[in-house]
Design a binder for this molecule. Structure first.
Ligand code: COA
Ligand code: AMP
Length: 629
């Protein structure tokens, strides 16, 4: 099957196309309604199908003779631990953990928050929640208590699963104090918290609310799989938008399972028994899709890696794992490849290991910059394939489909639209732009399976954030163009979202924190280009009249405020005091113009600017401080 034929079929007959892909999975009741619309006009896939995602990912394989195959490998250089689970062992652990949750009163549709490091229990907790038809919401372990509190408040979980600590390169991070603080900040209180105690730190348990994971599990009865509808939510994953409040992306069971399974075959060319390694974290969408669900649905072996690409212990980590477990497909983010390149510029580490099992290296999270892509391909001798996606879609919107028809790699492009995604470039009025013309990237509705069904508890916000900008389209928030060969080039966000080491952060959210400092009158947080992390935030602040604080002290205080409100992963380090900020006459701060300025690009100022002298004034101030060279 050629890419063109496969793609065209998905456009001409979406229902027939996705019905056929759904047949590859084992449903309790196969759906009759393939595509339908709800009372809000929102599209859904497989509404009346009955299924269970954890069943499809585990029990199904056990029942079909793959019970002794390895489902999950845990490799933790930071604790010097390695373990493996067969499909049977993982199913049994998941069933018992599901029983443990049921014993705490978790029922179908209830929410379970999972705030855990990269250990097998995080994956087991997710699958156990899915097994009883409940909805998980994983919160990345690097988020600070206020971020966790916002998610608690919004998702209203009955139970929280957590661990006593996470392990970073330089320190052990105790989770329990962070969890207790978040619960104190939230008006919603979970009825129970289950703590997985690790030897590196012991969590103190609150009587009557907190339980020890291992003790509780000992007496738990294995739970059976609860059938759910195709449209019942599997999980909520919060992501940064342009405002201070993260959005709860809702993923439905049916469409998700179908797209995950299809993507393993079509995009990644993975079959039963192949080893697939997504070097990410279960706290992010890449981790949900390609550490947990997709590899297991496809009967592959997945790897849970508790470590970094470098420093645990060195830049050979990716190649060591590849050799040790026979990895066929590796998936990570450009920032990880840049970190490896920085620490091992001649790629001496690649030569130390046998990486002959590796057929593909996939990249996502931010645009793969051509120098890094070229370096990776030259040093490894493997195709390094960029693909573009978002938390909202859960899988690649554009890709180079290795299981359908591998296409020539063009540096800087994430290749062509994945079957099911109708990718269009529009101008700000929603008119179609021609080849090579840069504009807003929009996806024509209906979106294919797995894309978000709504924002948790707020369908109006879903419409307002994604559907109202261009009638009949989903607005991706990214800008770019399509070339003469149909290759898509995604050039970056068109809104106030930034991307730090493949992590999506809202500048608005950081501005709320910076603006909360007693000396700050107003501020703008903008993204500065960074060789390692892609972008890092910097703050430009105007002081309140009479404020008595110097730039260095203010900078240190703001770093601390961001770390304790959002988390160290925001990588906020530099603050610069300026006299005024440029605004339009209606008071909108010109962040884009300032971002262009600090990154040494020619900057445009709108005709609505309030005072034309401010931009040159700021430029001079930032030049004097050495921010602009
Ligand atoms: N829990 C607590 N803190 C965490 C954390 C976690 N799970 N993950 C990161 N942090 C902290 C780090 O300790 C660091 O704190 P510090 O400022 O006190 O040193 C800070 O957040 C920044 O972390 P990170 O971005 O990981 O930077 P680093 O310098 O430690 O490592 C890289 C650099 C490139 C190795 C790292 O960014 C990396 O592995 N990136 C890949 C990202 C990725 O896979 N993204 C997924 C998208 S697909
Ligand atoms: P997240 O939802 O955190 O995965 O972030 C999604 C955003 O990351 C997208 O909207 C893009 O801005 C960016 N992104 C992810 N993958 C790519 C890619 N391959 N090329 C360009 N940008 C990407």
């Amino acid at each position: 099957m050629s890419y063109k034929a496969e793609y065209q079929r998905s456009m001409d007959d979406p229902e027939g196309f996705w019905k056929e892909k759904a047949e590859a999975l084992s449903w309790f009741k196969f759906p009759e309604k393939i595509l339908s619309q709800d009372e809000h006009g929102i599209y859904h896939w497989f509404a009346d199908g009955e299924m269970n995602t954890a069943y499809m990912a585990l029990d199904y394989h056990v029942e079909n003779g793959r019970g002794d195959n390895i489902a999950m490998i845990y490799d933790s250089p930071v604790t010097d631990t390695k373990t493996q689970y067969t499909f049977t062992q993982l199913r049994d652990e998941v069933a018992k953990t599901a029983g443990m949750l049921a014993g705490l009163g978790v029922e179908k549709g209830d929410r379970v928050i999972i705030y855990m490091p990269m250990i097998p229990e995080a994956v087991i907790g997710m699958l156990a929640t899915a097994r009883i038809g409940a909805i998980h919401s994983v919160v990345f372990g690097g988020f600070a208590p206020p971020e966790l509190a916002v998610r608690l408040e919004d998702a209203q979980p009955k139970v929280i699963l957590s661990a006593s600590c996470g392990i970073e390169i330089k320190r052990v991070i105790e989770y329990k104090p962070l969890l207790d603080k978040a619960i104190a900040l939230s008006s919603h209180k979970p009825s129970s918290c289950v703590m997985f105690q690790r030897p590196q730190a012991t969590a103190t348990l609150v009587e009557g609310r907190d339980y020890d994971w291992k003790t509780l599990l000992e007496t738990a009865e294995p739970a059976e799989c609860t059938p759910v509808k195709g449209t019942d939510p599997l999980y909520i994953l919060y992501t940064s938008g342009t405002t201070g409040k993260p959005k709860g992306v809702v993923r439905e069971n049916g469409g998700h399972a179908v797209a995950m399974n299809y993507s393993m075959e079509a995009i990644y060319n993975m079959q039963h028994g192949d080893v697939f390694w997504a070097a990410s974290d279960v706290g992010w969408v890449v981790g949900h899709s390609y550490i947990v669900y997709a590899p297991l649905l496809r009967g592959c072996t997945t790897i849970v890696y508790e470590g970094k690409p470098v420093m645990t212990p060195d830049a050979g980590a990716f190649w060591r794992i590849t050799e040790e477990y026979g990895v066929k497909g590796l998936f990570s983010a450009p920032t990880a490849f840049r970190a490896i390149k920085k620490d091992d510029p001649n790629a001496d580490m690649v030569g130390k290991y046998d990486i002959s099992s590796l057929e593909y290296i996939f990249s996502a999270g931010e645009r793969l910059d051509p120098p890094t892509q070229e370096w990776m391909m030259e040093k490894t001798g493997k195709p390094v394939i960029d693909h573009w996606w978002q938390t909202e879609t859960g899988w690649g919107i554009t890709a180079n489909l290795q299981g359908i028809e591998p296409m020539p790699i063009k540096l800087g492009s994430s290749t062509v639209p994945t079957p099911g995604f109708n990718v269009q470039i529009l101008d700000e009025n929603g008119h179609h732009l021609g080849k090579n013309e840069q504009g807003y990237i929009a996806l024509k509705l209906p979106l294919p399976p797995s894309c978000l069904a709504t924002i948790w508890g707020n369908v109006e916000k879903f419409k307002e954030s994604y559907l109202n900008s261009f009638e009949g389209y989903y607005a991706s928030g990214d800008g770019g163009y399509i070339d003469d060969d149909g290759y898509v080039f995604v050039m970056g966000r068109v809104d106030d979202v930034m991307n730090v080491a493949g992590h999506r952060l809202s500048t608005g959210e950081m501005e709320e924190v910076v603006g909360g400092h007693p000396s700050v009158a107003e501020c703008a947080v903008i993204a500065r280009d960074d060789d390692l992390k892609g972008q890092i935030p910097i703050g430009l602040v105007v002081l309140k009249t009479g404020a008595d604080v110097d730039e260095e002290t203010l900078s240190k205080e703001l770093v601390q405020m961001i770390r304790s409100s959002i988390g160290a992963i925001a990588c906020y380090k530099d603050t610069y005091i300026v006299k005024r900020l440029p605004k339009t006459r209606s008071g909108k701060i010109l962040r884009k113009s300032m971002r262009q300025m600090v990154n040494g690009q020619p900057y445009a100022v709108p005709s609505t600017i309030d005072d034309v002298t401010i931009m040159p004034e700021i430029e001079a101030q930032l030049r004097e401080k050495g921010v602009i060279s």
